[in-house]
Design a protein around this ligand. Sequence first.
Ligand code: SAM
Ligand code: SF4
Length: 325
Amino acid sequence: MIDQFQRNIDYLRISITEECNLRCAYCMPLKWQNQNKREIPDKYLTSREIIRLTGLFETLGIKKIKITGGEPLLRKDVSYIIAGLKSISGIRQVTLTTNGIFLEEKAEALKNAGVHGINVSLDTLDEDFYCKLTGGKGNLNQVLKGIQAARRLQIPLKINAVLLKNEKEHWKNLTELLKEGIPVRFIELMPLGLGRKMEGITGEEALAQLKIMYPDLRETKKALGAGPARYFESAGLKAPVGLIDAVTNKFCTGCNRVRLTSQGILKPCLCYDYGVDLKKLLRQGKTDQEILREIKKAVYEKPRGHCFGQSDNITESKMMWQIGG
Ligand code: SAM
Ligand code: SF4
């Protein structure tokens, strides 16, 4: 659907849980307690509710879905949800983002459910730094096994890495994956939640470093996915490098997305705490028409742009694991 600033909103990020098995330093507090993993608490949308809402979004022009979290692979019905979303006729693409720890175990079920692609969030190939960054809970080898499992099943794969500032520039070693033919996208750290307390490097700084390593690095028009990444190629790399510089290179005029949190809040923009409680409407027994009216209004009124450059204006207090990134 077209919003008030003439943007075509066709992409919905759906978070299906706030629970996570890792504690990435820029995302989730170390002391956060998970809920009982076997139960899906009442505070989260059920699979039926997610599928019903997505059907409504589809009538407004949503075509692409990203499943996120928390860690979406912790939810036992994740494949059922993907298959359900895929069965909605206008939904052309359902992809997932994961920390990769359970990917080896779940890759086949995800493939069978028809997932179109998987993003694995991995910020470094340095084992010690990875362990430290994930609050001592991550297992790099397990993530790498998950990546290989997805590759064997020929699920299109991308690595997403947040550009963190540190002396050893640990993000650079991810070029090893690029040499193996796995696309890697470098993402600027956003000043949300714990991200406000950490220091990142800009996309331009990373690009300059990459150009020193690969002097023939050139921008390519070949896009991989629905997002705002710019891509670069080099003869020394078997896959394109992506750059998502959402903070320094504001691309809000081309923004095509809205977000649905696991607790059923429709969020038109990452930066502001405004949202519509769709779970409440569903559980009050509202009709499709009544819910659609609220969705339409919120999407139409999507703000012009984020305010990451003026962090005092950020009103969103939820953290990334509550929003889904
Ligand atoms: N657990 C899954 C994962 O890590 O892919 C899905 C949820 S996670 C919140 C989604 C993405 O948000 C991850 O790629 C993560 O690196 C990113 N993220 C979290 N906090 C961020 C921040 N402050 N700035 C930029 N990206 C962030
Ligand atoms: Fe968990 Fe993903 Fe946040 Fe890391 S980035 S703590 S894996 S939700």
